[in-house]
Design a protein around this ligand. Structure first.
Ligand code: BEZ
Length: 211
């Protein structure tokens, strides 16, 4: 069955560059992103993994673990890591899953046959501490991902889990938010003591509540 928002992320056990991982156990009570790479020793993937490694501190601040996957085996990944570290001037600091049988790639629907029937597309699954899939993005092999956007999505998910707001277009941490339509003005008075600006009755902008 296709993975949809709100469903439990499929569990699996696999070899990674940092040892054997039981996925749900590995996530523990943290957030996680699982992101796929079409193949080892490919240029865009090399830049993505280097970028992700440099941003690990930012993911840590958000209590979010990272794990990558590529359809080659762990031995190949380990060779590739040397290139990533050398060319991207960083140290790989999170695991890459070996998936030569494409077990995990198929479990997560990462192979899109009309794009390529053997390699994965660039999928990202955002998974919460309850192991629920909370967001997904999918890019083709030719488009490298924006890791600042991944952090922004995590910020939005974590904020909106705790406050009755949604985050508008191009929002980033610290910007004004919208009050969710289900909240009446009366309820909003106690929930948003900093007040709000009603551009329309359904479009109420309020300062980010946790700032
Ligand atoms: C890359 O990561 O550079 C890449 C991988 C597969 C196809 C095209 C580009």
């Amino acid at each position: 069955m296709a993975i949809q928002l709100g469903t439990v992320a499929p569990d699996f056990e696999a070899d990674t560059t940092m040892g054997r991982v039981k996925f749900h156990e590995w996530i523990g009570n943290q957030w996680a992103i699982l992101f796929s790479h079409p193949k080892d020793f490919t240029p865009v993937c090399t830049t993505e993994l280097g970028t992700a490694a440099k941003l690990k501190g930012e993911f840590d601040k958000r209590n979010c673990k990272m794990i990558a996957i590529s359809v080659d085996d762990v031995g190949s990944h380990k060779g590739w890591i040397g290139d990533i570290e050398d060319t991207q001037k960083t140290t790989m600091n999170f695991p890459i899953i070996g998936d030569p049988q494409k077990t995990v790639s198929n479990l997560y629907g990462m192979i899109h046959p009309e794009a390529n029937d053997t390699l994965t597309v660039r999928s990202v699954f955002f998974i919460d501490p309850n192991k629920k899939v909370r967001a997904m993005i999918t890019y083709p092999a030719s488009t490298g991902r924006n890791f600042a956007e991944l952090l922004r999505v995590i910020d939005s998910l974590q904020l909106t889990d705790h406050h009755k707001v949604a985050t508008p277009a191009n929002w980033k941490d610290g910007d004004d938010c919208v009050i969710v339509p289900a909240i009446s003005d009366d309820q909003a008075k106690s929930l948003f003591p900093k007040g709000w600006k009603a551009l329309r009755p359904y479009l109420r902008m309020t300062p980010q509540p946790n700032k």
